[in-house]
Write a protein that binds this ligand. Sequence first.
Ligand SMILES: Nc1ncnc2c1ncn2[C@@H]1O[C@H](COP(=O)(O)OP(=O)(O)OP(=O)(O)O)[C@@H](O)[C@H]1O
Ligand SMILES: [Mg+2]
Length: 445
Amino acid sequence: MSMTIVSLREALQRLPENAAEAIVSDLFAPHLLRALGFHSEEIYPEYNTGHGNVDKAARKTIGDNVFLHTKSNPYVLLELKGRDINLSEDAAQYQKTVNQLKHYLLAPNCKTVQWGIITNSCHIQLFRKHEKVIYPATKCLSIDADNIDKVIASIRQKIENPTKALTIAVYNNKGGVGKTTTTVNLAAILTVLGKKVLAIDFDPNQQDLTNSLGLPLNHGSVFDALKERDVELQSTIHTYKFPLKRHNIELRFDVIPADPALTNESEPILRNYLKINTLYRKLELSRQEYDYILIDSPPNWRVFSQSAVYAADVVLIPTKHNNRFSLENAAMAMKKFIPEVQNKKSDGSPIPLPIFFNGEKITLPQMSVAQQEINNILKTAKKEGFDLLSYFYPRYTNAKKDLYIHEVPSYAHIAGAAFSRIPAVYRDRPAHEYYKNLAKEYFLQ
Ligand SMILES: Nc1ncnc2c1ncn2[C@@H]1O[C@H](COP(=O)(O)OP(=O)(O)OP(=O)(O)O)[C@@H](O)[C@H]1O
Ligand SMILES: [Mg+2]
């Protein structure tokens, strides 16, 4: 067969200029999958995801479980297009194809899938799936004979070495919207649900997360670890422990408490030590150890929040329905701050998760005021070239104009918990339910 002698590069060079999807599928996809490390018996065409058929699914053989035969536990999905479909990032067809891939990745038969790829043989993009969250693992890259071997080798390197953790920055430029409360209670509930969690207090001025758990501050050690090449961040971790007497077990999650030494220097001097990617680099080991890394950030756009967002795969944005600034700041993060960071990183991350409303009662009339405000924000954004609809109304489709926004209700026991040094979800049933719902809405498959 010609396929075994032709290289990926040659296959690409031989493709007709206007190759339709069937041609890309027959003459390009097999070489691509082989270059990604998959043999022919590890690939299944027209795989039934449960939400329609994706062009190819693949998984390495495990023992005598051959994917082509068992069709069980797919690992990567490949959605192919012809060259008539424009997959450059600003094209409408690109967004449509990404949405199609996401739909497949979240389908019932794809629970084990970790990666998704779209390509039309001119562009290619890799996406990571972490339970329910899908985020870019590369930018949408143009490929040609000159760069294809390099591009595919780097994609292969990623899919063969998946990062275990999803890193989440909890951020809103607006103060007092529930960033710290969300970080603490999400860390606590994900722990109950069996996940290994690291929470980082990256707000050294306020130190709220550290205080709300009754943990000692780090004095200089975080700064040292960030400054010194050979000091690991691991040495600054404290474990928060909560005994569940009824079950005779102890819940534990790891915390990096705030380090006030980080506030002793002026920002320009601090920036000599703390580059925007320093925290990201220092978390390399932790990304292989934890299921979730949560970073609490301060209410501004300076060195700590920038570092937190840079370190993150996704940004979780609490807002208040009755606070216009918290909504406008969410939009500002999506239009300006997050893209700024994306431009500095090379992998298309981080991306914003849809906003949620935190900690205020909402009556129906208040809801319609909030919706009006959001509609204005969306309109302005559109004029500036941003489509933010799915970040405010994630369930909205043309067929079903669903204006659902997730909500963590206002609840006295949530506010009171900080005084007891115990996360509300460990003390109180409703709080437990609220944050379990938040975890399910955003993260859990
Ligand atoms: N769902 C809720 N119900 C009741 N109170 C809440 C809720 N969420 C947060 N709070 C309270 O609102 C106040 C602000 O919350 P929090 O400190 O988490 O906000 P923040 O965004 O971290 O603030 P900052 O910008 O100052 O860091 C706190 O007193 C907290 O206990
Ligand atoms: Mg805070």
